[in-house]
Design a protein around this ligand. Structure first.
Ligand SMILES: Cc1cc2nc3c(=O)[nH]c(=O)nc-3n(C[C@H](O)[C@H](O)[C@H](O)COP(=O)(O)OP(=O)(O)OC[C@H]3O[C@@H](n4cnc5c(N)ncnc54)[C@H](O)[C@@H]3O)c2cc1C
Length: 322
């Protein structure tokens, strides 16, 4: 028998959980389906990362997030969101992947997962953007020494490490690896470190580059990766340097084809912004909503936990009003 719900929430990240809290408050019969562990993206963050937000800005459901340090780290965030589940006892299936969401003629949705099929009157897509790395499309990118996710520095100690990019992930990785004894080089497309880099970290990386502890090539691109070296196009011409690992932290993108398959229209430009009503978060498909960072399309810096927690209230107010 197919289970039927008022609402299915795809994704058990902070914003999916925030939606479930609001659904619970409104007595909706809901289910969260999450393909990995609870808050799987945060689970996959670098082990020692620090959020740019203060703890209270990561709170959901008005449950206090206690943190002694000025900003919380990954471990504390995992602890906090696990406690959120202990408190609200969500109706949630973990390690179940949603493959497809189809609108039926009776206006219900059929949600097909790798384990089951469900029906729902409404569906929220809160799938984030952290599952698909933006590739550099250079020769050698497929080598095992090229990593699109960074976990911790130990493996890179006493090795030649090239870090690609100048955003928070790249800068954190470059500094951590250098502090654990790696010989770090950065390749940066633009002329300077990104202005979005955490304000207390930016002077650190700039000073390490100025003193040449970390070598940085600005206005430069990797052109080829080989087993023991990489080739970089710099303003002074092509150079080849010794290399053991490439940390290509060049960003991530939402699964846009997943959205398109459900009938959600995306903007024609390179930003691929999904179509939704900014007051209700309903997409061009009636009853199908977006919440969290997925709303930004390729503009992955537009939405984050701080400013998208509100989507949960907006959606639930609208669903219950309908
Ligand atoms: C390193 C890093 C640091 C950050 N620091 C901050 C910060 O300080 N402050 C802040 O506000 N934001 C920060 N962000 C951004 C913020 O963490 C993310 O925006 C946040 O995780 C977004 O929550 P979300 O619920 O929209 O998406 P996510 O947390 O990405 O959750 C989406 C969930 O959907 C699941 N999923 C995806 N596809 C499927 C599917 N087909 N079926 C079932 N489940 C699926 C995923 O496994 C995932 O658990 C940071 C991001 C990164 C990468």
């Amino acid at each position: 028998m197919t289970h039927s719900y008022d609402l299915i929430i795809v994704g058990g990240g902070p914003i999916g959980l925030a939606c479930a809290i609001e659904a619970q408050k409104k007595n909706l019969n809901y289910l969260i389906i999450e393909k990995g562990a609870i808050v799987n993206s945060i689970f996959n963050y670098p082990l020692y990362m620090t959020f740019f937000s203060t703890a209270e800005r990561l709170e959901i459901g008005n449950i206090p997030f206690n943190c002694l340090a000025p900003k919380p780290g990954r471990q504390e965030a995992l602890e906090y969101y696990r406690n959120i589940h202990r408190y609200f006892n969500f109706n949630m299936n973990l390690f179940e992947n949603v493959n497809q969401v189809q609108k039926l003629e009776n206006s219900l949705f059929k949600v097909i997962t790798d384990k089951s099929i469900y029906e729902a009157k409404n569906v929220i897509i809160a799938t984030g953007f952290y599952d698909i790395p933006i590739e550099m499309n250079v020769k050698g990118e497929e080598l095992p020494k090229v990593r699109h996710y960074y976990k911790e520095a130990h493996e890179y100690a006493f090795r030649d490490v090239l870090v690609v990019g100048a955003n928070n992930s790249s800068v954190d990785a470059a500094l951590e690896c250098w502090r654990k004894g790696a010989n770090v080089t950065m390749v940066i497309r633009k002329t300077e470190i990104n202005n979005r880099v955490k304000y207390w970290v930016k002077p650190d990386i700039e000073n390490r580059i100025a003193e040449e502890s970390i070598k940085a090539y600005f206005e430069s691109n990797i052109t080829e990766i080989r087993e023991n070296e990489v080739e970089i196009e710099t303003p002074e011409g092509k150079i080849t340097i010794k290399n053991d690992f490439v940390l290509a932290l060049t960003g991530y993108k939402p699964d846009l084809s997943f959205l398109e398959k459900m009938g959600i229209d995306l903007s024609d430009d390179e930003l691929k912004i999904p179509t939704y009503n900014a007051e209700t978060m309903e997409t061009n498909v009636e009853g199908l909503f977006l919440a969290g960072v997925v709303c930004g399309g390729m503009q992955t810096h537009k939405w984050f936990i701080e400013n998208s927690r509100i989507h949960a209230n907006m959606i639930m107010d609208y669903i219950t009003l309908k």
